[in-house]
Design a binder for this molecule. Structure first.
Ligand code: PAF
Length: 283
């Protein structure tokens, strides 16, 4: 497994497979890898001849009062997981090289980036779209894999690659959960044991909404009220949003159907967690 820090070196390494017709599979991450990332890497291993993992805590997708400084990091552990998943190249650029003095270009995806996390974290998706564009230009992947836990992020990246004719296939992979239902996230490491228990209210809320949908409930007003109530039973939980939206364009809906996305963002102490489900899809 090669560890590459320089952009020009990574670009040079990406050119050979392209010329030889070998496929590059790419998993972009911010590190502190968990089983969710490992599932992306294992799938990437199947889909590509060369598997590239990037680890870069992207400063421009964090707001001023967000958790850039406390974002968990453990490079040695990340290398072990990467190695076990068959990664060929780990690309770890520096912020100084990614955003040198004078950097002033950004990628903005409009409507689909505005609701949900876009409403709470202004400019977050500009930061994501910009770094993913840069990473695609450096790594030149044939296929890039992202987790569906960041549902809106995946929708933004899909839109961006179509709109900008980027020659890369985007693969969305299922949410990986702990045995008790908590969606895997690097940020879970910041939860105390008590907060870890409180965080289960997200999955309880998802399960309840899905049960009510299966029992025939279709009203967003009713489902949203009940879903919020489950989370509000947990005193440590502060809701950022609980929203039912059309799963394709993320438009608001009054009545749900099997393609409806339930998206949640909830703060547990200092840690902001997101989770989601599409009501008609398997959990
Ligand atoms: O999902 C993430 O880890 C990040 O948002 C990404 C896609 C690597 C961009 O920094």
């Amino acid at each position: 497994m090669q560890i590459i820090n320089s952009i020009i070196h990574m670009q040079a390494l990406a050119i050979a497979p392209e010329r030889e017709g070998r496929r590059i599979a790419f998993v972009p991450t911010m590190g502190y890898l968990h089983e969710g990332h490992a599932s992306l890497l294992r799938e990437g291993r199947k889909r590509g001849d060369v598997l590239v993992l990037s680890i870069f805590v992207n400063p421009i997708q964090f707001g001023k009062n967000e958790d850039l400084d406390s974002y968990p990091r453990d490079m040695d552990r990340d290398f072990q997981i990467a190695e076990a998943c068959g990664v060929d190249i780990v690309f770890i650029p520096t912020a100084a090289e990614m955003y040198p003095n004078g950097f002033q270009t950004g990628v903005t995806v409009r409507d689909i980036a505005l609701p949900l996390c876009g409403a709470i974290r202004p400019r977050h998706f500009d930061g994501v779209a910009t770094v993913v564009t840069k990473l695609f230009n450096i790594v030149r992947p044939d296929v890039a894999l992202f987790g569906c836990k960041d549902y809106q992020q995946l929708a933004v990246i899909r839109r961006m690659t179509v709109d900008l004719n980027m020659p890369v296939e985007i693969a969305g992979m299922p949410i990986v959960r702990e045995a008790d239902g908590l969606a895997m996230s690097s940020r879970n490491a910041n939860l105390s044991p008590v907060e870890r228990q409180s965080a289960l209210c997200l999955f309880r809320a998802i399960k309840t909404a899905r049960e009510q949908f299966a029992a025939g409930e279709r009203s967003v007003a009713v489902l949203a009220r009940e879903t919020r109530a489950i989370i509000e039973q947990e005193s440590a939980a502060v809701i950022d949003y609980v929203e039912f939206r059309d799963g394709l364009l993320l438009h608001e809906q009054d009545v749900v159907d099997s393609n409806t996305l339930l998206a949640l963002a909830v703060k547990i102490g200092q840690t902001r967690l997101i989770d989601n489900t599409v009501l008609g899809e398997e959990l």
